[in-house]
Design a protein around this ligand. Structure first.
Ligand code: MN
Length: 506
């Protein structure tokens, strides 16, 4: 049992976050993020929803097998099949949890499930009992709790705890609650559920009205001891409470909150950056804690104050979240040893083959770019991780494009498949379009570009461009990623990653 003075940080980046549009990850990407979450020292990693798909099952199972430290949780509806599958997925973990849920508001019971409240109560009890048959650590969620009749909520929570639920979660599923009201609800649960002392009260708040963090913090003040949150606040619709914000609010206002967390806050910035690098979705510059401007002082009065004494306008330090200026780490003459050592320090574990490939890319980059930063390494390795999972059916051998004012954009591409190199050319609306068309002619795989994101990995004109895109091929969405100092080449690599994922399935 955790101490009363600590709030359990339950991370749902890989479940609620991953299921939202634009944030899907491959199994290897999930593993990489899960390992970083372990270094961040989150208490619980909700690794996925095993019954949702075979891929989800495999991801939860792999994380349960290999990620040490946090409790590994899987989500399951209050249905026998879901719970059995979830139990199987989390089984390899040393500390494991089954998180089962059922809708308890009139809206959810009547319209979504078409069930009466007594049927729903029975589902909850049966599910918790079944889960307890597999694991000691069972969480029960009353979905849409903030719109649930209070008397029924007390009743179902009491029944779940009596059946052995060790954590009861109160989700503000639709982001409807207001802080004072939500806090009162938590306090009333403490008062009206007779066996509440046997379970931890958890909250899971959504940000539809921009109050997910406020609601979570107020809930803690009123007795909740677990917060469900996600890195960079990602999640369904407007997202979940942002992990870095709740953690830093509790830490910075310890004087008022009188509780703490076990999070290693120095890993916050790195975790946020890793998620951005994996998904290609940045946070806005003014994002609290991890935004680019979160610690930038622009006004003269503020700058003057901070220079005289930092605490005049700063309540936190960049060091406390582990954000430092990009540090030159490697150059042209750095060897394989320094390279793999730095990768280890950054938390990457690569198989020999992937390491060799990444080192080759590093050498090519070092020829083009004098200074290599951590972010560059993350980008190179990120590309290796995202391609490693799909077979490399086609490999880019050569790319030449021509474009400019008053010229027809043209691309010539050579791809290798097995031992055979095929070359073809195409014109297009621009050099990227021409390149994609040439690739399509060679591979015979047609895709529709759904989103395209390019970002500069570090500062400077010689910085690498990192392209993350999503393509619809057939009925499926594929994510592609590529980086290079040449943005056309980065675009070609990203497209090819998506194509390879499709081709690898055949
Ligand atoms: Mn949610």
């Amino acid at each position: 049992m955790p101490s009363k003075d600590n709030v359990i940080i339950f991370d749902t980046t890989l479940r609620d976050g991953e299921q939202s549009p634009g944030f899907s990850m491959t199994i290897d990407e999930k593993l990489t993020l899960a390992r970083q979450l372990a270094r961040l020292k989150v208490d619980v990693i909700e690794a996925g929803f095993p019954q949702a798909s075979p891929g989800d099952f495999e991801a939860v199972s792999k994380i349960a097998k290999t990620v040490k430290g946090p409790t590994i949780a899987g989500l399951a509806r209050a249905i026998a099949g879901d719970i059995d599958r979830c139990a199987e997925a989390v089984k390899p973990a040393k500390k494991k949890r089954i998180h089962t849920f059922v809708g308890t508001s009139p809206e959810h019971m009547k319209y979504q499930m078409k069930k009466t409240s007594s049927q729903v109560l029975r589902m909850a009890v049966t599910a918790v009992k079944r889960a307890r048959g597999y694991v000691k650590d069972v969480e029960f969620s009353a979905m849409d709790a903030s719109r649930t009749d209070l008397k029924f909520l007390y009743e179902i929570l009491e029944a779940a705890i009596a059946e052995g639920a060790t954590t009861v979660n109160i989700p503000d599923t639709v982001g409807y609650a207001i802080p004072a009201e939500f806090g009162e609800m938590i306090a009333s649960i403490k008062e009206n559920v007779p066996n509440i002392g046997k379970a931890i009260i958890s909250v899971h708040c959504h940000d539809d009205l921009g109050m997910a963090v406020s609601n979570s913090i107020e809930a803690v003040r009123c007795g909740a001891r677990q917060i469900e949150c996600a890195v960079n606040g990602i999640g369904e619709r407007a997202g979940n409470a942002s992990l870095e914000e709740v953690v830093m609010a509790i830490r910075t206002r310890k004087d008022y909150m009188k509780v703490g967390t076990r999070i290693n806050t120095k890993e916050i910035y790195k975790t946020s950056q890793l998620l951005i690098s994996i998904t290609g979705v940045p946070v806005q510059p003014n994002k609290a804690i991890v935004g680019e401007n979160a610690f930038a002082h622009e006004s003269g009065i503020h700058q003057d104050g901070v220079l005289k004494k930092r605490t005049t306008f700063e309540i936190m330090t960049t060091a406390s979240i582990g954000a430092k200026k990009s540090k030159l780490v490697l150059g042209k003459h750095s060897g394989r040893h320094a390279f793999s050592k730095r990768l280890k320090e950054l938390g990457y574990k690569l198989k020999q083959e992937a390491l060799d490939k990444a080192f080759g890319k590093f050498k090519i980059l070092a020829d083009k770019k004098k200074e290599i930063f951590d972010e560059d390494l993350q980008s190179i390795v990120g590309e290796e991780i995202s391609t490693a999972s799909g077979e490399k059916v086609f490999e880019l051998v050569h790319l030449q494009t021509s474009s400019g004012t008053n010229t027809v954009p043209t691309a010539t591409v050579s791809l290798k498949k097995g031992d055979k190199v095929t070359t073809d050319s195409s014109i297009g609306d621009g050099p990227v379009d021409a390149t994609y068309r040439a690739i399509e002619r060679i591979t015979g795989i047609k895709g529709k570009l759904m989103s395209y994101n390019i970002r500069s990995v570090t500062l400077g004109k010689d910085a690498m461009g990192e392209v993350t895109l999503r393509a619809r091929i057939g009925n499926e969405m594929y994510v592609g990623k590529g980086s290079s100092t040449d943005v056309i080449e980065a675009s070609a690599k990203a497209w090819l990653t998506a194509i390879n994922r499709k081709a690898g399935e055949r």
